[in-house]
Design a protein around this ligand. Sequence first.
Ligand code: SF4
Ligand code: SF4
Length: 255
Amino acid sequence: MDQLVIGIFGLTGCAGDQLTILNCEDELLLIAEKVTMKSFNMASSRELAGRVEVALVEGSVCQPEDLAMLREIRERSRHLVAFGTCAAFGGMAAMDQRVHPEVLRDTVYGPDGEPFEAIRARPLSSFVKVDFVLPGCPVEKGQLLETLSCLLKGSFPDIACTPVCAECRSRENLCIVLERDEVCCGALTRGGCGARCPSLDVSCAGCRGPVEDAYYAVNADLLKGRGIDREKIRKKMMLFSAPAGMGERLEREFD
Ligand code: SF4
Ligand code: SF4
């Protein structure tokens, strides 16, 4: 088979998912034998133009330049992958939907920051067709390699969408909610990390994004019923942003 041509692109984000590719140290040479990578700015300053079979796009859309770039990438790509939680769900940039994006910008960059137009952070699927979602903050190395290996065979992997709670219970951890009355987002969050945080006695912050049909309101009620402060629940659930539309609903529920 000819080499698979992949484009690696970054919108507004921390580049942690791109770094995960470079962290595949033992596998990098094997990957390089089978894959041509274009526009991988973190690894090469050489920009290779032209069409790609698959675009891995990291980051969320937070400014008009992101949107223009995303549309251009979509045009030149056969398949587009939302690469990481920001691209898939908006991520941390979409955290506080009550505050105007320009206020957030000014708070972060201050009066001396270079001026730019800030728009409300949104996932890629708000603007273009997304063919596959690879969640994670950053993505899990194993799932990245599995995805690349499936792409070489012309398919996408079947990544399970079970909640972190299922992985947590299968590791026989004691439940942080039930044992300590603390907020844990494991029931709302996509597994695949092996319940990394609860296994280290730290509650899940939701970094892999929401499971399909995540019951935010039911979970909020359950936590409130255990006497947990509403603002604590709201802040934790909003940290990695709820799915489109749910953020505003959650905000109303907690107001
Ligand atoms: S500790 Fe968190 S992830 Fe584990 S079972 Fe309890 S709620 Fe679920
Ligand atoms: S347990 Fe939750 S916060 Fe921790 S890595 Fe997994 S999804 Fe992310």
